[in-house]
Structures are given as C-alpha cells and as structure tokens.
Design a protein around this ligand. Structure first.
Ligand SMILES: Cc1cc2nc3c(=O)[nH]c(=O)nc-3n(C[C@H](O)[C@H](O)[C@H](O)COP(=O)(O)OP(=O)(O)OC[C@H]3O[C@@H](n4cnc5c(N)ncnc54)[C@H](O)[C@@H]3O)c2cc1C
Length: 422
C-alpha cells in the first residue's frame, strides 16, 4: 500500500514539497519493488548459480534506484550541498526521514546509512580540510565505510563519563589503548571515530583525561577486531568488539579540539534522537497500514479480522500511539529548530516514549498477521528488533527519565510550574 501524504496546512511549503517528492519517489520506485530490492524470498531448490544471479539482480536494482534518487535530487539529504547533499535544514530533514522510513531499509538508497551518515555529519562540522579530503569525501563517494567506537564492555555505556580508552601523546602521535564493543559496521569499516580520554604529558593540549574523538584507520597496527557480536540469536553481526592495543595515529587525526569529544557526541546523538524518532514514526505508520490492510481481508472463525473487537482495539490503540508519538516528535523537532530552552526535556521525552510506542504498534501488527508477521516476507520482524534496541541505545529509558524529572523538578524548585503550552 502507498503512503498517503498530503500537504500539511500551515507548514512551510518547502517542507511540504520535500514530503511530497519523497513520498512520490518511494510510492513509485521502492514499495512496488521491495521484494526484488532486498531479495527477501529465497525459493527452495535454487542452485548456487541461481542464488548468485538473483543476488546480483538485487544489487543492480539497488544501483538503478540510487541513480534515480540522484536524478530526483533526493541524494544525501543530511549533507550540505557543497558535499553533494540536499542541504536541508533540521525540520526539512526530520520531515523527510518520516516519509523515507515508511519504506523500511530504503534510507541506504538515498545515501543515508548509519553510522556513516552520523560520522559524515561530524566530519563536516569538526573535520579539518585535510581530514575532509582523506576521510569525508571517500565516505560520501561510497569508497569508504566507517564505524563509531564509543561503548566499552567493562564500563556503562549509559554513563559516558565512565569511558577509559586512553590516547596518550607521544611526540607527533597518539598512542591509543582501550577495549570497545558494539562498534556497528566494524567488519567493513575503513576507519573508526574512537572516543578516547586524551592525555598529553607536555600539557600543550590541555588537562589530562579530556574526552576526545580520534580518527583511527581500521588497518592501523594494533586495531584488533575480536568478533562480530551475535545478536538476537544470530551467531554474528557487524557490531564488533575491538581492542585498540598501542595503536599509533598522527596527532592530526584528532577530530575537533581535544576536549570536544563529548560535545561532538552530543551533537550527533541530540539531533540524531529526533531523527531516530521520526524514522520510528515512519515505520509505525507502515506497521499501522499493514495491520489495518490485513484486518480487511483475513478471515478467521467465520468473519473478517476487522469485525473482531480485539482487533478494533489494536487499531484504535495503535492510532493513539502513532498520533501521540508523531506530535511529540514534531514538537521536539520544532524546539530544536527554535533553540528552545526546554529542548533537552523534549528530546528525552520522545527518546522514552517513541521507541516504546513503536514497539507496541509493531507488536500488534505482528499479532494481526500471525506467523507471516515474524517472517521475512514482511518488514515487521526487522522493525520489532530495531524498536527493542532503540529503548536502550543512545541513552536507555531510565537515563532519559532521570534527566526529564530533574529538569521538571528544578523548574518547580525555582517557583515556576511546567508550561505545557510550548
Ligand atoms: C545493535 C546495537 C548497535 C550499537 N551500535 C553502537 C555503535 O555503533 N557504537 C557505539 O559506541 N555503541 C553502540 N551500541 C551500544 C549502545 O549505545 C549501548 O549498549 C547503550 O549506550 C547502553 O550502554 P550499555 O550497553 O553499556 O548498558 P549500561 O550502561 O550497562 O546500562 C544497562 C542498563 O542499566 C539501566 N540503567 C542505566 N542507567 C541507569 C540509572 N541511572 N538508573 C536506573 N537504571 C539505569 C538501563 O536499563 C540500561 O539499559 C550499540 C548497541 C546495540 C544493541
């Protein structure tokens, strides 16, 4: 079923235009071809050659779609125009992500693939001209892959202050030692942006222990990828456990200033959380459509699912979830765009509410589809796992609830009540 997008009254015409163009593209080029694009069905009895042939066809089709995305001027919406992107502002991008996410997995066909897209944005903002030439341009051209290496197995990822990976200056080089895990895209990455505590014995680069991001080539001596961590029952994945053992890189690989690492990560995660939530809303929208569509045609126990009150309850509850998640996320996005003082509370609120609502909606859609709901014939199983991960990644629920409560309590302690009218 096509996504139903019409202009939103009162919204900037430029944003409505982006929504329209994105919806037209995914309705025409992606949704009708999903099965062929991702090779979801693998018929029994195929020879190795036949499997290879259909794999190649999928790759060719994806390349064709990417060329059409480029022609339509929809490539790399997250990047400035001077780097071949669309140069969208924050709200345009957030609204575009919602529509794009409806076609699950399609973002990569528009030049947006985590963690490369986040790394590219950080390089645009903090990179030197030399770093941009060496790392950013090949990343954008698709000649390189990258990873973001922050979380450590022995310290709480939900408390970034606990990071211990250390970069000690030795002349013109950093010497990096540390143990990371869940570095996504680690298998294919040509370089990692590694979050370290920097220590310059000369004192030239500031106080020791300041959080700093350093670019580390994946083939540098001492970068030891121990494994792709198996997740959700799979024996392996591209989320890698990596030991950095006396890895030497030039001081010029410092991304931004020594001590700016935490801010750079916040830039990435803060705005990123709004984008993740808009993506989640787009996927909830898809799950909702799939659920309602199925209820109209599936007969069980002498009647259509749509006529069973349990299922009507699922539809009504899911409407409440999609609508409230969407409006909260748009409100948070508007606060980001307006630099509103309550923006951190709004972002934490959506980071808690939206993944949970997304999880509930997908769960109901799976239930309505029965066995087909968890099969690879539909995108629901993939969405379900993604929704579960979102509840702990980029700050688990509990951390965001604590932040919200603190901000709210401070307001009342100052003698002012919360203003819900913003
Ligand atoms: C699929 C996947 C991909 C990932 N990709 C990357 C990546 O590319 N790069 C990267 O650096 N990391 C990545 N991560 C790691 C992710 O960011 C961390 O798992 C997340 O930040 C949580 O950190 P942790 O696992 O150390 O959990 P912990 O910090 O050990 O927290 C465990 C739990 O403790 C609870 N908790 C935490 N604080 C409090 C509190 N104050 N009060 C009460 N309860 C609390 C929460 O329920 C939390 O889930 C990925 C993770 C997954 C699952």
């Amino acid at each position: 079923m096509a996504i139903n997008v019409t202009p939103i009254p009162g919204l900037d015409p430029a944003v409505n235009a982006i929504r329209r163009r994105t919806a037209d593209f995914i309705n025409a080029e992606i949704l009708p071809n999903e099965e062929a694009l991702w090779g979801r069905r693998q018929p029994m009895g195929q020879t190795e050659d036949e499997r290879e042939h259909s794999r190649r066809q999928s790759i060719e089709l994806r390349e064709d779609v990417k060329a059409k995305v480029n022609e339509a001027g929809l490539w790399a919406p997250h990047l400035p125009t001077e780097y071949g992107g669309m140069g969208l502002d924050f709200l345009e991008l957030a609204y575009m992500y919602e529509i794009l996410a409806y076609a699950v997995g399609a973002a990569s066909l528009f030049g947006i693939a985590a963690p490369n897209s986040g790394n590219a944005s950080v390089l645009v903002k903090y990179g030197t001209e030399a770093q941009k030439k060496q790392w950013l341009l090949p990343l954008i051209e698709g000649e390189m892959e990258s990873g973001f290496s922050m979380t450590e197995p022995d310290h709480a990822g939900s408390d970034p202050r606990s990071i211990t990976t250390e970069a000690v200056r030795d002349g013109d080089e950093w010497v990096i030692n540390g143990h990371k895990w869940f570095t996504s895209n680690g298998i294919d990455a040509n370089f990692f942006i590694v979050m370290c505590r920097a220590n310059d014995p000369s004192g030239e680069l500031g106080q020791p222990g300041r959080m700093t991001q350093i670019i580390v080539p994946a083939d540098a001596k001492g970068v030891n990828i121990l494994r792709g961590i198996g997740v959700f029952g799979h024996s392996t994945s591209d989320h890698c456990e990596i030991v950095y053992d006396n890895v030497r890189v030039p001081i010029e690989n410092t991304l931004g200033l020594v001590g700016q690492g935490h801010q750079a990560a916040q830039d990435r995660l803060g705005a990123g959380r709004v984008y993740h939530c808009m993506n989640s809303v787009g996927q909830m929208w898809r799950a909702f459509d799939l659920m309602v569509e199925r209820s109209l045609t599936r007969e069980v126990h002498g009647g259509l699912l749509k006529d069973k009150q349990f299922i009507q309850g699922f539809i009504a509850e899911s409407y409440l979830d999609v609508q409230s998640a969407r409006l909260m996320t748009i409100n948070a996005a508007e606060k980001v765009a307006a630099d509103d003082p309550d923006v951190r509370t709004a972002i934490s609120a959506i980071k808690v509410f939206v993944p949970a609502a997304y999880h509930r909606v997908v769960d109901r859609a799976i239930q309505v589809w029965g066995g087909a709901g968890v099969s690879n014939d539909l995108p629901l199983g993939q969405m379900y796992l993604a929704a579960r991960v979102l509840r702990l990644a980029d700050g688990p629920d509990e951390v965001h609830k604590i932040l919200m409560a603190k901000n709210i309590l401070h307001r009342y302690e100052d003698g002012v009540s919360w203003n819900f009218g913003t």
